[in-house]
Design a binder for this molecule. Sequence first.
Ligand code: VGL
Ligand code: ZN
Length: 198
Amino acid sequence: MSHVLIVVDLQQDFCPGGALAVPGGDEIVSSINGMMHLYESVVLTQDWHPLDHSSFAENHLGAEPYQVVPMPYGSQILWPCHCIAGTQGAEFHPDLDQSRADLILRKGFRREIDSYSAFFENDHRTPTGLASYLRERGLTHLSFAGLAEDFCVTWSAIDATRLGFKVRVISDACRAIDVNGSLAAARDGMRRAGVDLA
Ligand code: VGL
Ligand code: ZN
């Protein structure tokens, strides 16, 4: 029984001043650093998009950020341009301790599909490889922290329970975007899926 801390998307664009700032996103960095020593392993995820990514409102004629549009894989919220691969906004918060990270998993790098979950792209079918990595290492108990609780953290946590992992979300070490009641809906979905909301 081995425990891994998965820190989701604690990147500059999701922190105050960034392109898709999550309120209070920077407030969780020091508590996350402080809990890393409690785990056998630490994994960081990194949202990593090409400039022409289909989740960006800027890439849809006449669209506004936060508008919902149909995509071949389901409905998709359009976001402001964020976490462009190789730019400063895609870098981790400068105070995040990266030294204990065994793996940095990038996601969302295909133009035509978004990837909230650390396990599957938004078609719920295309794997990122993380499940196999964790299983091969015997990491069975997953704790999640990071940004944003109501999107990438929730989608990752729910997928993880479906994949058979024991899953906990440390809400105090998360912050949410909370568009149109998304945080309440996300917590509801996590409880129903059997995620332990600590
Ligand atoms: C995220 C929206 C778009 C997240 C990533 O990390 O929660 N949200 N891309
Ligand atoms: Zn993104």
